[in-house]
Design a protein around this ligand. Sequence first.
Ligand SMILES: O=C(O)C1=C[C@@H](OP(=O)(O)O)[C@@H](O)[C@H](O)C1
Ligand SMILES: C=C(OP(=O)(O)O)C(=O)O
Length: 431
Amino acid sequence: MAVFHFRGKKLSGKLRTPSDKSISHRAVMLGSLNRGKTVVREFLRSEDCLNTLKAFVELGAEIDDREDEIVINGKGKQSLKEPFNVLDLGNSGTSIRLISGILSGQPFYSVLTGDQYLRKRPMDRIAVPLRTMGAQIFGREGGKYPPLTIIGKRKLKGIDYKSPKASAQVKSAVLLAGLFTDEPVSVTEPAKSRDHTERMLRAFGVDVEVDGLTVRLGKNRELERDIEITVPADISSAAFFMVGAAVTPNSEVVLREVIINPTRTGILKVFERMGVDYEVFNVKSSSGEEIADIRVRYSPNIKGIEIGGSDIPTLIDEIPIISLLATQAEGETVIRDAEELRVKESDRIKTTVENLRNIGGDAEELPDGLIVRGKTKLKGGKVFSHGDHRIAMTFTVASLITENPVEIDDVECISTSYPGFFDDLKKVLNE
Ligand SMILES: O=C(O)C1=C[C@@H](OP(=O)(O)O)[C@@H](O)[C@H](O)C1
Ligand SMILES: C=C(OP(=O)(O)O)C(=O)O
């Protein structure tokens, strides 16, 4: 258990929050399929990404971890070997789902598992299209839950997959499996999810066409480049300090080198509409992604808004911290079309609402989202993170404005995505 109470302090200063989790995973995965040298700088050393790294070492990729950079001497997409052991992906949905796509194209047997939370997350969303492409995938409860067993094939079948969900993990699993066939492969989603896989595949030389909500693999499906990737700061991690500054009197923070890919910046649109005082500057391009510095100042006069539709995938991981922001907005904030939150590390609709109420917030569950009514003076109290890093960070930030301390049962889960969270908090927490 951890107890926090930062009321009376402000957030000020500059931070380079940790590197992007989605891009770090993909850099190791694609680097391991590459025929060429991949150098990854600013790799995120969080538990999730280290689990991806370990899995590819287990799969025989030649990975030299030099602390300041990771060098992968890739031998091509057919060079992976049957793993001697079960691949344990810990807490990481991105790892297990994207790796399943890659293993579908490997002619060997592998078993993938994870922690108690990952083993409850649905895998049929990827197993269904990957089986259509020719992979054999087994799992608990009729093939739905990990541990998963995958027996892949060197040559898969093509697919034109109409994904029922706007999920980058589903889209990426199919595209990665699509590297192991010459037949047509496309994925169409109901709304655009993060597009890091498409961008990075292109950077490695693969032909990828994007036509509205459809992504199609073209003729060349070989990764054959010597490449250097510098991973930008993760907006999903920066978001905790952005909102922390917006709700705490006298605060002003600058988050540096944050990814501003439009499939990730829904939170900035929310800031705009709520009236948060923020600014995006120093826009640059880095390894095929745009990055920028983001300044956020204390914003006492924000208002509630409705959030839904195609904006949801662009801010999906930020909904717990946006809900905290909404407690300080005048009027109602209604979040809809976010039923995906129910199958994240925790049921984030339930755990966000339950914990907001525990600290004195006015929040209500909807089947596909939540309603938060503001503006409330938060009291503080007991919070249960349910092993969910984003819930633990959201309610640590809440303690900047609660009257009494916030007690959180488990904050160790934060190392899933942000191992240096408390050190960074110390850096910008000032009198
Ligand atoms: O592809 C990715 O890197 C991710 C996609 C999202 O999940 P879904 O694809 O399940 O929506 C997101 O919530 C997760 O944190 C990372
Ligand atoms: C949902 C998340 O990650 P994953 O699906 O990779 O576990 C997250 O980081 O909030």
